[in-house]
Write a protein that binds this ligand. Sequence first.
Ligand code: ZN
Ligand code: FE
Length: 274
Amino acid sequence: MKIIPIPCLADNYAYLVICRETKEAAIVDASEAGPVLAGVEAARAGSVRDVSAAGREGARPIAIWSTHHHWDHVGGNEEVAKALAIERVLGHASDDGRLPGLTDKLADGDTFKLGTLEVEVRHIPAHTLGAVAYIVRRPGGGEAAVFTGDTMFVAGCGRIFEGDPAMMHASLSKLASLDPATKVYCGHEYTEANLRFAAHVEPSNANVRALAAKARTTREAGQPTVPSTIADELACNPFLRVDSPEIRATLGIPAGASDADALGAIREAKNTFR
Ligand code: ZN
Ligand code: FE
């Protein structure tokens, strides 16, 4: 499998996922048409832009996979689908009516294929009630990726707009239980700000410092910090580390508070952190 991040808007990522065997491809989160169509064109034609290596891949987009209904993730759905004659737009069934162009209404646990790649859908509500993750695996194992939208970011999580902290905890736990080597592709480039917060709440976490140093180098080179891995997130992401005594001490969360209540308190602290 080949995955190409396509920067959109101020700090969004769309992605092109390509099956190397069949060249069938999916667009994850068609944020805005211009950059997505340019990225697909580069992948098809072999021209060299930011999307460099894609050129030699070839790509035949057959579907748009939407992670959730927010405009900065679906704003290009209809124009991209029309321009590329894409007939399938995937999203959670509950987003019917608010997710532009939706054709394939998904539920938790649905599976399908993209060329030879195996795809599994997980419902991960809380940022929005219809948020889904797409887990893509090469058959026979060895390589896996997850598209997390605005539910899990590198070292962070999305704001809880439609759910509650317990729902976000359950959704993040689903993602945390994936194979630790799974690569994490999220919806925004928020990594450096997230790691500043992570370092603030858990100052003795050396993994946070290491990931922050790596992110800084990557951003200075003008590159995306995605993907991380589930292992990175378990080591660094404060929203997966709700039982950390240091995080709880920093934020004054009682040791006996539930994981969901701790997550809610960490989210509240992040909302006002500068
Ligand atoms: Zn969102
Ligand atoms: Fe977003």
